[in-house]
Design a binder for this molecule. Structure first.
Ligand code: GLY
Length: 349
C-alpha cells in the first residue's frame, strides 16, 4: 500500500492499494472512533461494493447505514444533496458521526457537500472507485453539486478525514472509464515538472500512476487550498473542456474526453500566441490518442468562448486561462473578455 499525507487545513492520509475496501473499516477506525456511518453511494457502485464496505465498517465497530441515489451527472443536484441530509437526520446522525462516500466524483462531491452542511459540518471519508476521482476529485476538499445553469455552482471546501483508493475496483471499470481518467492524468503531466508524460505513454503501473498524480495534486492544494492562485493550474484544459461538455449537453463527451480536447485546443492557442512551441500540443495529442481520447470536436470556437464566459470561473476582468510553456510547466494568464475570442481563434480552426 502507498500512502500520501495531505497537509491542508486538515491533515489526512490518502491510501492507495489493491483490495483496500476489504479492510477499509480498520483504516477508517484509525482516524475516527466507531460511531454511526452513512455509506453514500450510487445505483451503479452500490450493488458492487456497498455490502463489502458495510461489512468492513461493522467489523470495526461502526453502526452502518446506506443511502443510495440514482447514478449520473444529471442527478448531481441539490435535491440529491437534500435527500442525503434528510437520510442523516432521519437516522439520528449527529456531529460525532460520519459519512462515507463510496463512488466516483459525482458521489464524492455530493456526499462531501452534504457532510459540509449537515449540522454545519460533519466528518466524511472518501472511498474512491473511479480513476477520475482517485487522481482528482477525492483529494483536495472541493465538494458541491450542479445548478441547471452550470456545473459545480454550489459547494464548499470540506476536506475528508481519509481517502481510500482501492485500485482493484478499477478492474471492474469498462475500458472507456479507464481512458476517461487518463485525460486528467495527462493534465498532471503537463502542469508539473516530472517524467509523468513519458510514463503515461509507456506502460506505467496503475498504482504508481495514481500515486504520482495525487502527489502533484497534494502539493498544489497544500500551497493554495482555496484556489486563489496556484490551484488554478489544475484547471488546465478545463475552461474549454467544461464548455465542450455543456455545448453537447453532457451527452457526447465524458469529462476526461472533453478535457482532452480542451487541452489540445488551448495548447494550439498558446502556440499561436507565442507561449509555447508546437511540440507541446503534439505531445498531448500523442498521449490522448494512446488512450483513444478525442483531440478535436466540431463545436464552433465562438460558441465555446461564449459558454466559457458564462462559467463561474469567468470574472469582470476576464478568464484566467492555464497556458502551457512546456510539457511540465504552465502559467496562469488572465485574458480580458474582449481578447478571449481573438486569442483562441488565432490557434483553433
Ligand atoms: N479539480 C480541480 C481542483 O480540485 O482544484
Amino acid at each position: 500500500m502507498l500512502k500520501i499525507t495531505a497537509n491542508t487545513s486538515k491533515v489526512y492520509d490518502i491510501l492507495i492499494g489493491s483490495n483496500l475496501i476489504k479492510d477499509c473499516g480498520k483504516y477508517i477506525s484509525e482516524v475516527v472512533n466507531p460511531c454511526k456511518a452513512m455509506i453514500v453511494t450510487d445505483s451503479n457502485v452500490g450493488p458492487l461494493y456497498a455490502d463489502a464496505v458495510k461489512e468492513a465498517l461493522c467489523s470495526a465497530g461502526f453502526d452502518v447505514y446506506i443511502h443510495t441515489f440514482e447514478a449520473g451527472e444529471k442527478n448531481k443536484n441539490i435535491e440529491t444533496v437534500y435527500n442525503i441530509t434528510l437520510s442523516l437526520a432521519e437516522n439520528g446522525f449527529n456531529r460525532k458521526d460520519i459519512v462515507v462516500a463510496l463512488g466516483g466524483g459525482v458521489c464524492g462531491d455530493m456526499a462531501g457537500f452534504a457532510s459540509s452542511i449537515y449540522m454545519r459540518g460533519i466528518r466524511f471519508i472518501q472511498v474512491s472507485t473511479s480513476i477520475l476521482s482517485d487522481i482528482d476529485s477525492s483529494v483536495g476538499g472541493k465538494t458541491g453539486c450542479d445548478l441547471p445553469v452550470g456545473k459545480n455552482l454550489i459547494g464548499a471546501f470540506h476536506q475528508p478525514e481519509l481517502v481510500v483508493i482501492d485500485t482493484n475496483v478499477l478492474t471492474t471499470l469498462p475500458k472507456h472509464f479507464y481512458n476517461d481518467g487518463m485525460g486528467e492524468a495527462i493534465k498532471y503531466g503537463v502542469i508539473a515538472p516530472s517524467d509523468l508524460m513519458d510514463k503515461i505513454c509507456d506502460d506505467i503501473d496503475i498504482e504508481q500512476l495514481i500515486f504520482e498524480c495525487v502527489d502533484i495534486k497534494r502539493k498544489v492544494v497544500e500551497n493554495d487550498e482555496k484556489e486563489q492562485g496556484e490551484r488554478k493550474l489544475l484547471n488546465f484544459g478545463h475552461t474549454l473542456g467544461h464548455a465542450i461538455e455543456k455545448y453537447y449537453n453532457f451527452d457526447k463527451y465524458t469529462h476526461g474526453e472533453a478535457v482532452a480536447i480542451g487541452m489540445c485546443m488551448i495548447s494550439d492557442a498558446a502556440f499561436a500566441n507565442g507561449y509555447c512551441d508546437k511540440t507541446v500540443g503534439d505531445k498531448i495529442r500523442i498521449a490522448c490518442k494512446r488512450f483513444s481520447l478525442p483531440t478535436e470536436c466540431d463545436a464552433p470556437i465562438e460558441e465555446l468562448s461564449k459558454i466559457a464566459l458564462s462559467d463561474k470561473k469567468s470574472t469582470s476582468s476576464g478568464i484566467d486561462f492555464v497556458l502551457p510553456r512546456t510539457v511540465g510547466k504552465c502559467e496562469i494568464v488572465n485574458i480580458k473578455k474582449e481578447d478571449i475570442l481573438p486569442f483562441l481563434k488565432k490557434g483553433i480552426k
